[in-house]
Design a protein around this ligand. Structure first.
Ligand code: PZK
Length: 293
């Protein structure tokens, strides 16, 4: 742990304080499956996720919290820490986090499918009847959620979200979120990848509304290989399917502690993440690593 003040811990990421206006955002190599953090690290996973966020910050050119990937100006990091953080850390603008997860869905899956199947819920308010699991939606829908105390996000209705945010901020977040989803999903489609859904966070730095957190990573998004999408069926996720399939061969009931991953499963999972980077960015992860030093 660096000697910087620790601000927040996520399942797989950490935030430290740099100064009053800046934070250090770090993507770790931790991995979760079935909502449980596994015992093994996946080498380079944090760098893959940071590299994907940086790819999309650059591509989207929408106001965001990124300041720099150069950590040389951050006081209080040892040489070893600087080395360890290369390619996985960003200095970001400190913002007032808006307490709503801005989820956009282009396909009917996950909690939204379960609501739809079970007679409807907050995410299905604007959906037509007759849809199947994993169907493409007529148009992308904005389906906000709040961080529940249970740790699980809780889907909320349009009117609940409007009451939390006010109509003007609601409209602005919906517009920005759907616009970013559409641009990112068109980009992914060109690479044979479906962006089924994704989750954004926004915050205010003064009066500037910024896209914050990780963006369009496999941890914040559901990416599917286009050739494995069959409406009506479960679709394997790009990154986690491999490790989930191994976990499914064990008798683990998805409550902690999880079983230890064998070395070949760790290595195979790493390969899937690196493939996701290469495919989604159209660049080479080896080049990203070489540039990050
Ligand atoms: C911030 N989170 C969620 C992310 C965690 C928790 N630019 C920012 N300014 C202020 N706060 C945040 C950010 C960002 N990003 C985001 N919590 C605070 C989160 C990663 C790890 F533990």
């Amino acid at each position: 742990m660096p000697a910087l003040p620790h601000i927040a811990s996520g399942k797989v990421r950490e935030i430290y304080e740099v100064d009053s206006e800046h934070l250090l955002f770090v993507a770790t190599d931790r991995i979760s499956a079935y909502d449980v953090i596994l015992n093994q690290l996946i080498p380079d996973k944090g760098k893959v996720l940071a590299g994907l966020s940086l790819h999309f910050f650059d591509l989207l050119d929408t106001p965001n919290h990124l300041v720099s990937t150069d950590l040389s100006g951050v006081d209080g990091l040892s040489e070893d820490e600087l080395d360890d953080m290369k390619g996985r850390a960003m200095v970001v603008r400190r913002a007032q986090v808006i307490p709503v997860e801005c989820v956009v869905r282009g396909y009917l899956y996950g909690s939204s499918w379960r609501e739809y199947r079970d007679g409807g819920g907050p995410t299905t308010e604007h959906l037509p009847p007759g849809l199947k699991l994993a169907d493409r939606l007529p148009e992308p829908i904005f389906t906000p959620a709040t961080k529940a105390t249970t740790g699980h996000d809780e889907n909320i209705t349009e009117s609940e979200t409007r009451n939390l945010l006010g109509d003007d901020l609601y409209e602005e977040l919906r517009k920005r979120s759907v616009d970013i989803y559409l641009r990112a999903s068109e980009h992914a489609a060109k690479k044979g990848v479906i962006l089924a859904d994704t989750k954004f966070e926004f915050g205010f730095a003064g009066d500037e509304l910024l896209l914050i957190d990780e963006v369009l990573t496999p941890d914040s998004s559901r990416y599917w290989p286009a050739d494995e999408w069959v409406p009506g069926r479960d679709v394997p996720s790009f990154d986690k399917q491999y490790v989930r399939e191994w976990l499914d061969t064990t008798d683990w009931d998805h409550s902690p502690p999880p079983p230890d991953l064998p070395d070949d499963i760790v290595e195979g999972t790493r390969t899937r993440y690196v493939e996701a980077y290469d495919r989604i960015t159209g660049a080479s992860f080896a080049d990203y690593l070489a540039r990050a030093g």
